[in-house]
Design a protein around this ligand. Structure first.
Ligand code: APR
Length: 318
């Protein structure tokens, strides 16, 4: 049986890590597209030349021609500018929507059957634009943000409690911006509510709440924290790992439950907008959207986040 084909649109920082991770995990043959001449060819040649050392039997190639993404099973998009220190993700909308328009046309015309994962920011707006232009069914166009936001939240919890990251479950919902909603009530360590463990650790409910609030705020600002430290560019290892988890769940029909930017159809009171929610990702793409029971405070935070997404998407005048 032929190997699956994964195309990466954008061969910059995230694109490079994506290519290497897909190869190391032998998820399929990788094609990296970029508009910069020779760069994707050079980067993929570098990765491919390590294949005897790393022992992966997939091909990794670069191109400047959209025709080479034909037959893709998965397309992951990172084309677009990253933010600079002091910028919000939303500040990228004008320049990145132009890029996303041409990218979406390239995907529509050359890889009409692909499952598309967008990483470019501002995420919720870029996914909306891509789905509109490709006209692909919404099960096949989604965005990566929630896996990373949740991973950051989980990492902070694991570090705070001194437990394995493998045993932490943490969830963020909503848009991929300052209004995202880390859900404290659903955060757990091996099934034990995190708040219970924090209260045990500090012996004081108020202190536990203070520590949790700090982790929630750090999660919401985590992308900016990395941008500030890097000084030039934004996070790239963790977004790549997160998108690979989504691609793998699709390619292997794992049906993992992953926070994903997906088109809502009434869930959380939202109709026809892309927002981060829990999804089952399998061979059918976004096979199911799981709606959690939110309390009043959580729903208000979700409403606030959805309002921010609607305003951003509205500014594109689609
Ligand atoms: N078509 C294809 N690729 C393009 C286009 C285009 N029209 N315009 C730009 N690119 C490419 C650039 O040449 C560059 O190689 O997109 C790549 C972006 O790479 P980086 O600048 O290194 O950015 P990266 O860190 O990978 O982030 C990409 O993901 O998380 C988001 O905010 C981030 O929007 C940014 C995107």
């Amino acid at each position: 049986m032929a190997r699956p084909k994964i195309s990466l649109i954008g061969g910059g920082q995230i694109g490079g890590v994506l290519a290497q991770l897909c190869a190391l995990r032998e998820l399929g043959d990788v094609v990296m597209f970029d508009i910069v001449e020779n760069m994707p060819q050079g980067k993929t040649l570098d990765i491919a030349e390590a294949s005897p050392v790393d022992g992966f039997d997939v091909s990794v190639t670069g191109t400047n021609d959209y025709k080479d993404i034909a037959g893709s099973d998965v397309v992951i998009v990172t084309a677009g500018l990253p933010r600079k220190p002091g910028m919000s993700r939303d500040d990228l909308i004008e320049v990145n929507s132009k890029i996303m328009t041409s990218v979406s046309e390239g995907i529509r015309d050359n890889a009409p059957d692909a499952f598309v994962i967008i990483i470019s920011n501002p995420l919720d707006a870029m996914v909306t634009l891509c789905q509109k232009i490709t006209g692909f069914p919404s099960e096949r166009v989604c965005g990566q943000a929630g896996v990373l936001d949740s991973s950051r939240f989980a990492a902070f919890i694991a570090w705070e409690l001194g437990v394995s990251v493998k045993d932490v479950t943490a969830i963020t919902l909503g848009g991929h911006g300052d209004t995202m909603v880390p859900l404290v009530r659903y955060a757990s360590v091996a099934g034990i509510p995190v708040m219970e463990l924090l209260e045990q650790k500090y012996g004081d409910a108020a202190k536990a709440q203070e520590v949790m609030t700090a982790m929630v705020e750090r999660t919401k600002a985590a992308g900016g924290e990395v941008v500030k430290l890097l000084g030039n560019g934004s996070a790239f290892y963790s977004p790549a790992s997160s998108a690979v988890a989504m691609a793998e769940s699709f390619l292997k029909d794992q049906k993992r439950v992953l926070p994903t930017c997906a088109l809502l159809d009434g869930q959380y009171g939202v109709d026809n907008f892309y927002v981060g929610v829990h999804c089952v990702i399998g061979a059918g793409g976004i096979e199911k959207i799981l709606e959690l029971k939110l309390d009043e405070t959580e729903q208000a935070l979700m409403d606030n986040s959805v309002a921010a997404v609607k305003e951003l998407v509205g500014s594109m005048n689609l």
